[in-house]
Design a binder for this molecule. Structure first.
Ligand SMILES: [Zn+2]
Length: 229
């Protein structure tokens, strides 16, 4: 992560949002706890090394196939960092949330990646989706999963596919063609995507530096276009 400058690149992306207080992103040892969270008190997002190690272990054991090992690790890492940043942005910008904040934070992460360009979105979301799919099928669910504040891993998997497909049904057509996203869900994905974009435009975009955002988008589409498939 350090070699690939993941935090630095994320910081560059997030710098386009003018926040009223500084937000710190960090990887840290968490005494055995495998987690990531936003701490409103000191305005920081912490991603535990233990969590990173678990993602790596799952990627190696799960043999992602179509998704590269790197994507299966980087995808969920970046997605979760952006998800936590979503919580931070909602807090710092006083964004009202109707519905579940965890779903809103996932939407924030997906939209942010999709706005950075299709190449990077495809690679990172493919990795994140793989991770949720793998999690969903590698352990037995119990009541605590249904009671949890987060959606089920399978639901988070389909939500990611739906957001990506909804953003550009031609570019992400394989999600439906390969039988991963059911046509019944796919049908409404453009509307789901536009609804989330509308919320972002109303509630977050006023704090975004437009010129910096455009500069970043051009830079990223150039950087990742070579690796886009
Ligand atoms: Zn969360």
């Amino acid at each position: 992560m350090r070699d690939r400058r993941v935090l630095e690149q994320l910081a560059e992306v997030l710098a386009v949002v003018r926040l009223p207080r500084p937000l710190t992103l960090r990887f840290a040892g968490c005494d055995g706890t495998s987690n990531a969270w936003y701490e409103p008190e000191d305005g920081s997002v912490t991603f535990c090394y233990e969590y990173l190690a678990d993602l790596r272990k799952a990627a190696v054991a799960g043999k992602p196939g179509r998704v590269t090992l790197q994507e299966a690790i980087d995808g969920p890492t970046v997605f979760v960092l952006l998800h936590e940043t979503g919580h931070a942005v909602f807090d710092l910008l006083d964004v009202p949330i109707l519905g579940r904040e965890e779903d809103a934070a996932d939407a924030f992460a997906a939209i942010t990646l999709l706005r950075l360009g299709k190449g990077v979105a495809l690679r990172m979301l493919r990795g994140a989706a793989w991770s949720y799919f793998h999690e969903a099928h590698s352990r037995k669910m119990d009541e605590s999963d249904y009671a949890d504040v987060h959606g089920l891993d399978s639901q988070r998997y389909y939500n990611i596919l739906c957001m990506a497909y909804g953003s550009d049904p031609d570019y992400f057509a394989a999600a439906v063609k390969d039988g991963r996203l059911p046509p019944e869900r796919a049908e409404g994905c453009v509307d789901e995507y536009l609804q989330a974009v509308f919320a972002m435009q109303k509630l977050v975009a006023p704090a975004v530096d437009r010129t910096a955002m455009e500069r970043l988008r051009v830079k990223h589409s150039k950087r990742f276009s070579a690796g886009a498939r």
